[in-house]
Every structure is written in C-alpha cells, then in structure tokens.
Ligand binder design. Structure first.
Ligand code: AMP
Length: 215
C-alpha cells in the first residue's frame, strides 16, 4: 500500500502518518523529518535547507527528489509506505511517479486532510515536539504531564523554529499556491480522497484505515 497524505502544514499529517505506520506496519517517510535530521547532523543538504525551512519556503526540488530517491532504495518500501510532506507541488507529484515507476511501484491512494487556517495556526504555534522520539504535544490542547518533558520517553520537548505565526502563515500561503493543481492531478487519477481533519485524530485515523481497506 503506497499511501500519500496531503494537506496543509498542521493538518495532522505527521500524527496520522505515525499511527498509520504502526497500524499498517509500513514505513513512515516524512521529507520534513529527513530534512530536519540533515539540519541537525549538519550535512551539506542540511546547511542548504536550514535557512529556507526557517523562512517557510520550499527546499529546491532536485535536493528533495534525490533525498527521497535515496530513501526509496531502502528495501523496507517494498511493502509500501506512508508518505508525508511530499509531493507539495505538481512537479513533485510527477517526480514521485517517475521515481516510484523506476522501482516498479506506484501510488495507490492519496488522502487529503482538509482543515481551516485558524485551526492550523492554533495547532502549530502551540505544538511541542519530543527531541528523542518525535511525539507531538500541544501547550494548551495536549500539555505533557511534566512541563518540557515527553510523556513517553522523558525526552526534552522543543518548539520547531518554523512553528511561529509569521512562518506558519508563509507556509500556508506557499501551500495554497500549489495545492489546487496537485489535487486536480490526483483527482484525474481517481486516487484522491478528502477528509475533514478538524475532527478528532482517532476518528480521522479510522476513516483513513477504512479507505485503505477498499483499495
Ligand atoms: P514539514 O515537516 O512537512 O512541515 O516540512 C518542514 C519544511 O521542510 C517545509 O516548510 C519545507 O521548507 C521543507 N520541506 C519538507 N518537505 C518538502 C518538500 N516536499 N519540498 C520542499 N520542501 C520541503
């Protein structure tokens, strides 16, 4: 099952992708996570990407495509994947088809998580992420039991440098400029399913799982 999660930043793609990966026993591949790992490790890719990410802009296509191509060489994708954060543009969608096609795979289903700007801004500006296990918390909606520490692994929580209101609004603008053509592309392929992501996360998860069962 090759599943792509689409939706604005803060729609809950990462949260859903992690849960789906567990339930369906598939790898979760997030281009944002791989980029952040590169930034943290100080690789040449990370150094190039850091400033762009902090402005809420898109990292150049060729860099992200080759990073993904490399990730797809891992044999764990033979059974499928949950892809989160890619594609973000029509050109990336075509690149994805190309890279997968070369490896004799294809996208099976695209789930679009639809949500409103105000919900997104509240979610992202309050988001806290565990530096060890990547679990997400929220300052108001889901605070950790001990301030600053992850409930699951005791790792330190941090706020992503691009989760401030100015950058979030920029990320939303970038997203909106691109999403219409992306949606049309997958609609034409009859692969697109839209869900209301303002609902409870568990409910959204169950809806995605039942869509997957029909593929
Ligand atoms: P995310 O974790 O998906 O919100 O991504 C965080 C940031 O990483 C984005 O704002 C972009 O700067 C960069 N990024 C992630 N995925 C992509 C992509 N597919 N194309 C270009 N830039 C990306």
């Amino acid at each position: 099952m090759y599943l792509v999660l689409l939706g604005p930043p803060g729609a809950g793609k990462g949260t859903q992708a992690k849960r789906l990966a567990e339930r369906l026993n598939l790898p979760h591949i997030s281009t944002g996570d791989i980029l952040r790992q590169n930034v943290k490790a100080g690789t040449p890719l990370g150094k190039e990407a850091k400033g762009i990410m902090d402005k809420g802009l898109l990292v150049p296509d060729d860099l992200v495509a080759s990073m993904l191509d490399q990730r797809f060489n891992n044999p764990d994708i033979k059974k499928g994947f949950i892809l989160d954060g890619y594609p973000r543009t029509l050109s990336q969608a075509k690149t994805l088809d190309e890279i997968l096609g070369r490896k004799k795979f294809a996208v099976d289903i695209v789930v679009y998580l639809n949500t409103s700007d105000e919900v997104i801004i509240k979610r992202l500006t309050g988001r806290l992420v565990c530096s060890k296990c990547g679990a997400n918390f929220h300052k108001v909606n889901m605070p950790p039991k001990v301030s600053g520490l992850c409930d699951n692994c005791n790792g330190e929580l941090y706020q992503r440098s691009d989760d401030n209101e100015i950058t979030v609004r920029k990320r939303l603008e970038v997203y909106k400029n691109e999403v219409a053509s992306l949606i049309k592309y997958y609609e034409q392929q009859k692969k697109l399913h839209s869900l209301n992501a303002d609902l409870d996360a568990q409910e959204v998860l169950e809806q995605i799982i039942s869509l997957c069962a029909k593929v």
